[in-house]
Design a protein around this ligand. Structure first.
Ligand code: FES
Length: 166
Protein backbone atom coordinates (compact mmCIF):
# COMPACT_ATOMS: atom_id res chain seq x y z
CA UNK A 1 0.00 0.00 0.00
CA UNK A 2 1.28 3.45 -0.92
CA UNK A 3 1.61 5.61 2.16
CA UNK A 4 3.87 8.50 3.12
CA UNK A 5 5.49 8.45 6.54
CA UNK A 6 4.10 10.85 9.10
CA UNK A 7 7.01 13.23 8.47
CA UNK A 8 6.28 13.29 4.76
CA UNK A 9 2.56 13.81 5.40
CA UNK A 10 3.52 16.86 7.42
CA UNK A 11 5.63 18.06 4.49
CA UNK A 12 2.66 17.59 2.19
CA UNK A 13 0.49 19.62 4.57
CA UNK A 14 3.12 22.37 4.68
CA UNK A 15 3.24 22.45 0.88
CA UNK A 16 -0.55 22.61 0.64
CA UNK A 17 -0.63 25.45 3.18
CA UNK A 18 1.30 27.62 0.70
CA UNK A 19 -1.78 27.88 -1.47
CA UNK A 20 -5.17 29.49 -0.81
CA UNK A 21 -8.07 27.38 0.42
CA UNK A 22 -9.59 25.38 -2.41
CA UNK A 23 -6.47 25.69 -4.59
CA UNK A 24 -4.74 22.55 -3.32
CA UNK A 25 -4.31 21.42 -6.93
CA UNK A 26 -1.48 23.96 -7.17
CA UNK A 27 0.53 21.74 -4.83
CA UNK A 28 0.57 18.86 -7.32
CA UNK A 29 4.09 19.45 -8.71
CA UNK A 30 5.93 19.71 -5.37
CA UNK A 31 3.95 16.78 -3.96
CA UNK A 32 4.76 14.68 -7.03
CA UNK A 33 8.45 15.49 -6.52
CA UNK A 34 8.16 14.35 -2.94
CA UNK A 35 6.36 11.17 -3.99
CA UNK A 36 8.91 10.37 -6.68
CA UNK A 37 11.75 10.83 -4.20
CA UNK A 38 10.01 8.73 -1.60
CA UNK A 39 8.71 5.85 -3.72
CA UNK A 40 11.74 4.66 -5.66
CA UNK A 41 12.44 7.44 -8.16
CA UNK A 42 9.37 7.01 -10.35
CA UNK A 43 5.62 7.46 -10.30
CA UNK A 44 3.57 4.32 -10.54
CA UNK A 45 -0.19 4.68 -11.06
CA UNK A 46 -1.02 3.83 -7.41
CA UNK A 47 1.43 6.55 -6.33
CA UNK A 48 -0.23 9.13 -8.58
CA UNK A 49 -3.65 8.02 -7.31
CA UNK A 50 -2.40 8.47 -3.77
CA UNK A 51 -1.24 12.01 -4.57
CA UNK A 52 -4.67 12.74 -6.06
CA UNK A 53 -6.33 11.47 -2.90
CA UNK A 54 -4.08 13.58 -0.67
CA UNK A 55 -4.86 16.71 -2.66
CA UNK A 56 -8.55 15.86 -3.09
CA UNK A 57 -8.32 16.11 -6.85
CA UNK A 58 -9.09 13.56 -9.57
CA UNK A 59 -6.40 11.08 -10.64
CA UNK A 60 -6.51 12.40 -14.21
CA UNK A 61 -5.45 15.83 -12.95
CA UNK A 62 -2.33 14.22 -11.52
CA UNK A 63 -1.65 12.07 -14.62
CA UNK A 64 -1.87 15.15 -16.83
CA UNK A 65 0.92 16.85 -14.91
CA UNK A 66 3.07 13.77 -14.38
CA UNK A 67 3.00 12.83 -18.07
CA UNK A 68 3.69 16.38 -19.26
CA UNK A 69 6.94 17.14 -17.45
CA UNK A 70 10.12 15.22 -18.24
CA UNK A 71 11.32 15.43 -14.63
CA UNK A 72 8.68 12.90 -13.65
CA UNK A 73 9.51 9.30 -14.45
CA UNK A 74 6.68 6.98 -15.36
CA UNK A 75 8.74 3.82 -15.21
CA UNK A 76 11.61 2.61 -13.00
CA UNK A 77 14.90 4.42 -13.55
CA UNK A 78 18.51 3.69 -12.72
CA UNK A 79 20.40 4.96 -9.72
CA UNK A 80 22.02 7.55 -11.98
CA UNK A 81 20.00 9.26 -14.67
CA UNK A 82 21.75 11.05 -17.52
CA UNK A 83 19.23 13.57 -18.80
CA UNK A 84 20.84 14.93 -21.92
CA UNK A 85 19.42 18.08 -23.46
CA UNK A 86 18.67 17.73 -27.14
CA UNK A 87 17.20 21.13 -27.96
CA UNK A 88 18.66 23.47 -30.63
CA UNK A 89 21.76 25.00 -29.01
CA UNK A 90 22.80 21.65 -27.50
CA UNK A 91 22.15 19.97 -30.83
CA UNK A 92 24.32 22.47 -32.69
CA UNK A 93 27.05 21.77 -30.16
CA UNK A 94 27.03 18.02 -30.62
CA UNK A 95 24.52 16.55 -28.19
CA UNK A 96 23.63 13.83 -30.70
CA UNK A 97 27.20 12.53 -30.58
CA UNK A 98 27.14 12.63 -26.79
CA UNK A 99 23.83 10.75 -26.63
CA UNK A 100 25.13 8.16 -29.06
CA UNK A 101 28.38 7.81 -27.15
CA UNK A 102 26.63 7.31 -23.79
CA UNK A 103 24.30 4.79 -25.43
CA UNK A 104 27.22 2.83 -26.85
CA UNK A 105 29.17 2.91 -23.60
CA UNK A 106 26.24 1.74 -21.50
CA UNK A 107 24.64 -0.42 -24.19
CA UNK A 108 21.27 1.27 -23.88
CA UNK A 109 19.13 3.58 -25.98
CA UNK A 110 17.47 6.80 -24.78
CA UNK A 111 14.62 5.85 -22.46
CA UNK A 112 16.34 2.67 -21.33
CA UNK A 113 18.07 1.58 -18.13
CA UNK A 114 21.13 -0.66 -17.87
CA UNK A 115 20.47 -4.26 -16.82
CA UNK A 116 22.23 -3.67 -13.49
CA UNK A 117 19.83 -0.81 -12.71
CA UNK A 118 22.69 1.65 -12.45
CA UNK A 119 22.16 4.07 -15.35
CA UNK A 120 19.23 5.50 -17.28
CA UNK A 121 19.71 7.55 -20.43
CA UNK A 122 17.03 10.10 -21.12
CA UNK A 123 16.78 12.91 -23.66
CA UNK A 124 15.08 16.09 -22.52
CA UNK A 125 14.20 19.51 -23.82
CA UNK A 126 16.12 22.70 -23.01
CA UNK A 127 17.30 22.82 -19.40
CA UNK A 128 18.06 26.51 -19.54
CA UNK A 129 21.83 26.15 -19.67
CA UNK A 130 22.22 26.67 -23.43
CA UNK A 131 25.41 28.71 -22.96
CA UNK A 132 27.09 25.60 -21.59
CA UNK A 133 26.02 23.25 -24.39
CA UNK A 134 26.10 20.36 -24.77
CA UNK A 135 24.92 19.59 -21.29
CA UNK A 136 22.99 17.15 -19.14
CA UNK A 137 21.39 16.99 -15.76
CA UNK A 138 22.65 14.32 -13.39
CA UNK A 139 20.61 14.28 -10.20
CA UNK A 140 20.71 17.79 -8.76
CA UNK A 141 23.70 18.85 -10.86
CA UNK A 142 24.27 20.18 -14.34
CA UNK A 143 27.21 18.73 -16.25
CA UNK A 144 28.27 21.16 -18.92
CA UNK A 145 30.40 21.46 -22.06
CA UNK A 146 30.20 17.69 -22.37
CA UNK A 147 32.86 15.78 -24.25
CA UNK A 148 33.39 12.04 -24.59
CA UNK A 149 36.21 12.30 -22.03
CA UNK A 150 33.87 14.02 -19.57
CA UNK A 151 31.26 11.32 -20.13
CA UNK A 152 33.88 8.62 -19.42
CA UNK A 153 34.86 10.39 -16.21
CA UNK A 154 31.23 10.81 -15.13
CA UNK A 155 30.40 7.15 -15.66
CA UNK A 156 33.50 6.20 -13.74
CA UNK A 157 32.61 8.60 -10.92
CA UNK A 158 29.07 7.17 -10.66
CA UNK A 159 30.42 3.62 -10.52
CA UNK A 160 32.91 4.58 -7.80
CA UNK A 161 30.18 6.32 -5.78
CA UNK A 162 27.89 3.33 -6.11
CA UNK A 163 30.63 1.04 -4.79
CA UNK A 164 31.50 3.50 -1.99
CA UNK A 165 27.84 3.76 -0.96
CA UNK A 166 27.29 0.02 -0.78
S1 FES B 1 19.37 23.92 -25.51
FE1 FES B 1 20.35 22.62 -24.11
S2 FES B 1 20.22 23.70 -22.27
FE2 FES B 1 19.14 24.94 -23.64
Amino acid sequence: MVQFTEDKINEVKAIMARYPEGRQKSAVIPVLHLAQEEFGGWLDVPVMDYVAELLSITPIEVYEVATFYSMFNLKPVGKYMFEVCQTGPCMINGCDDIIEYIGEKLDIKPGQTTADGMFTLKTVECLGACGYAPMMQLGKFYKEHLTKEKVDALIEECRRNAVANN
